[in-house]
Design a binder for this molecule. Structure first.
Ligand code: FES
Ligand code: FES
Length: 180
């Protein structure tokens, strides 16, 4: 007996998207084949390489370890949702500046996994970054440049956060002056 397709709806990179899929379809295939988001890569069939890492409800997840139907209703960010050519995300900017990639195949997954790491630990030591890289395989870089890129991204993201807070305080002061 054929198993019926199921409609799966997610918010991906801020947009609601739907597709009918076989219940056994993996999330990574749903993203790539049904939603056309091919920035998420597949590098193994053993859940070990991390090339398929994305954010699901704010947490880094290997999208080959989840079924599409399990993602129903969730908020997903893929590498396509991070920055643009004109305005790279600080993590992308840092990979660019620190030469954190060579062939680039692992890069979208590494970037998403490292964003997950910085979310949990915004100021990781080199050792913590290396520990966070467990489960993420890069065959080209020897990892050192990736570590440097993540260190730089942590710094840039902290600076951006600080700047945001300063702007917020300045706006509040300005509003207070106007109202007072
Ligand atoms: S493709 Fe998901 S871990 Fe390798
Ligand atoms: S840059 Fe080639 S696999 Fe990582």
């Amino acid at each position: 007996m054929a198993i019926e397709d199921r409609e799966v709806t997610v918010v991906v990179n801020g947009q609601e998207r739907s597709a009918a899929v076989e219940p056994r379809k993996l999330l990574v295939h749903y993203l790539r084949d049904d939603l056309g988001l091919t920035g998420t890569h597949i590098g193994c069939d053993t859940s070990q390489c991390g090339a398929c890492s994305i954010m699901v409800n704010g947490e880094a997840v290997k999208s080959c370890t989840m079924l599409a139907v399990q993602a129903e209703g969730s908020e997903i960010t893929t590498v396509e949702g991070l920055g643009s050519i004109e305005h790279l995300h600080p993590m992308q900017q840092s990979f660019w500046e620190e030469h954190g990639l060579q062939c680039g195949y692992c890069t979208p997954g590494v970037i998403m996994a490292m964003l997950g790491l910085l979310k949990e630990n915004p100021n990781p030591s080199e050792e913590e970054i290396r520990e966070g890289m467990e489960g993420v395989i890069c065959r080209c870089t020897g990892y050192q440049f990736i570590v440097s890129a993540v260190q730089k991204a942590a710094k840039l993201m902290a600076e951006a956060e600080e700047q945001k807070e300063e702007t917020l305080v300045a706006n509040l002061v300005r509003e207070g002056t106007h109202n007072g």
